[in-house]
Write a protein that binds this ligand. Sequence first.
Ligand SMILES: Nc1ncnc2c1ncn2[C@@H]1O[C@H](COP(=O)(O)OP(=O)(O)OP(=O)(O)O)[C@@H](O)[C@H]1O
Ligand SMILES: [Mg+2]
Length: 583
Amino acid sequence: MEQDPRIAARGRSASQMQIEVPFAAKRTVATKAKAKTKTKPKRGRARAPSKPTPRRGRQEDLAQTLAGRQREISVSEFFAKNRHLLGFDNPAKALLTTVKEAVDNALDACEEANVLPELHVVVTQFAEDRFCVAVEDNGPGIVRGQVPKIFGKLLYGSKFHSLKQSRGQQGIGISAAGMYGLLTTGKPVLVMSRTSRRATARRFEVAINTKKNAPDILLEEETEWEKDHGTRVEITLQGTYKKGRHSIDGYLKQVSVANPHARIVYTPPSREGNGETIDYDRTASEPPREPKEIRPHPHGVELGIFLKMLQDTKARNLQGFLRAEFSRVGQKVIEDLGVELAAAKVGVTTRSHPKRIAARDAEALHQALGRIKIMSPQTDCLSPIGEELLLKALESRVPADFYTTVTRPPAVYRGNPFQIEVGLAHGGDLSGDDLIELYRYANRVPLQYQRGACAMTKAVVDVPWRNYRISQSRGALPTAPMILVVHIASVWVPFTSESKEAVAHYPEILREIRLGLQECGRRVALHIGRRRRAAEEHKKRSYIQKYIPQIGIALQEILGLSDRSRDKTVKTLTDVLERSRKM
Ligand SMILES: Nc1ncnc2c1ncn2[C@@H]1O[C@H](COP(=O)(O)OP(=O)(O)OP(=O)(O)O)[C@@H](O)[C@H]1O
Ligand SMILES: [Mg+2]
C-alpha cells in the first residue's frame, strides 16, 4: 500500500517530546544516607549506654559532607540500576522484551500511517548468550532529527501526552532496550530509516549516555535501501533463547492473533546461523479503524494532574478551562458546578482565573467536580479487534474444533473508556491434560509475564467453569483442551508497573471480562453437550450393529430358522431397538 508522504513529516517530530522525569527518578541520595556518629566509650564507671549527641559543629560538618554527595540522578542511571522495572530482569526475558518493544513500535507506526504492516523480525545468535534482534517495518519512517532522541534518551516519545489507544504509552520502550544492549555488550543501536521515496535513507549508530540521559551519535550516513519508507532497528544484547511458553515464536504467534491485519515474517536463530523462516500471514485485508484521541474526562483526572493543568492552561476563567481541556463539559455541567461550589462554600466561582486559584480551593474544586453528574466519556475512540476477525485469526492459528468470540460493549473505569474482548478455542489437537492456555492482550499486545497479578487471570479463575462442563480445581485456571483470549482495548491501560505486564484489578474491568467469559462459557457448554450426546448415540448404534446379527445367528440355531427368516428377524429387532432408543 502506498503511504502518504505527508504522514512522516506531519507532526511526528512535533508530537514527539520529552516526558517529565517521574518522582521516583528525581529523588536525591539524601533520603538514603544516614548519619553515622561514633562516640568513644568513657573509661571508669560503667554507664548505661546513652544516645550519642553530636555537637552542633559536627552536625553542620556532616550536613556539608552530605551536601557534597547530593546530586541529581539521571533517569537512565535510575533505570539502568532498576532494569527489572522495565522487563529486563534476566537474559531470557530481556531478549523477548527487546523483540516486543520493537514490534510494538513498528505496529503502532504502521497504524498511525494507515499502512498494512509487514514486519521482518530476525534474531541472530553470535555466541551462547549473545544475540542481535533486527526488526524492520514498512511504517512512515522517522525524521532525521528525531532518531537520536528516540533511541538514545529515556522518556521521549509521542504517545505519553495523548489519550489514545496505542501499544506504547510511556516513551521508554525502545531506548530502554537499546540501553540494555549497550550495558551488556557495549554495542550501540543501529537504525535505518526512510520517510518517503523522495527522501534518502539514512543509517545511524546511537548510544545512550546514561549519565546525562542524552544520545551519543556514533555514526550518521546516507545509505541505499530498496524500501520506500520504513524503519529498521538492530539491537545487540546479552540474552538466552528459550522455546516454549515464553518463546519469541509463541509471542509472535500471539501477536498475529490480535493483529490479523499484520504480516509478520520471523527468522529464528539456530546454531549454524539462522533457522527456518516462519511466515504469519495476515488474515484481514484492511487496517483497523484508526483510534481517535480524546480529552480526559473530569472524573478520571487525579488531583496532582488537575493542579498542573490549572497552572498550564491558557484559559482566562474556570469555565473556559474546563470546556477546553476536558471532554463532556457543557453548559449544564458548568451550571451544576457553580451550584455545588456555592453550596460547599468554596471560594471559587466558574469565572475565577485558573492560575489564581489557591491550592486548598483547587482541591475543593476537584472534589466538587467529582460529586456532580457528568455524562460518561465517548467510546468511539476505541478500536477493538472485532468478533469476526478474532474468530478468523483463532481459526487459522489454533488447531481446535470449536471457536467462539465476544466483543463486549465499551465501558468506563475511572473516567477512561475501555472495551473487553474474549475468544475461546476448544478441542481438536489441544491438550486436555494441562491447565488451559490464557492469551492476555492489552491494546493488541500479548502480556507474557506476571500472569498471577493480572486482572484477566483473576477473572478467568473466578468463573465457575464446572457450570460450563469444564473441569477446574478451586482457585486455579480450568483444566481442558482450551485456549482463552482476553483483550482490553483502552485509551489508557492501567498496568500494575512500568514493564506493562499485568492489568490492575479495577472492578469495572473485572466485571466486563467476567461477562465476556460467561458468554463464551455458555456457548462452549452447549457445544460440549452436543458432542457428548452425539458420542453416546454413536456408541449405542455401534452396539446394535455389533450384537444384533449375533443374536440372529443364535435364534437361527435354536429355532431352526431359514436364512431369510433370520435376516427378517434381525431387521425387525434392529428397527424396534432404534425406535425405542430415539423415544
Ligand atoms: N519503528 C518506528 N517508526 C516510527 N516511529 C517510531 C518507531 N519506533 C519508535 N518510534 C517513535 O519513537 C517514540 C519512542 O518510542 P518508545 O518505544 O521509546 O516509546 P513509546 O512507544 O512512546 O512508549 P512505550 O515506552 O510504552 O513503548 C514513539 O512514541 C514513536 O513516536
Ligand atoms: Mg514503544
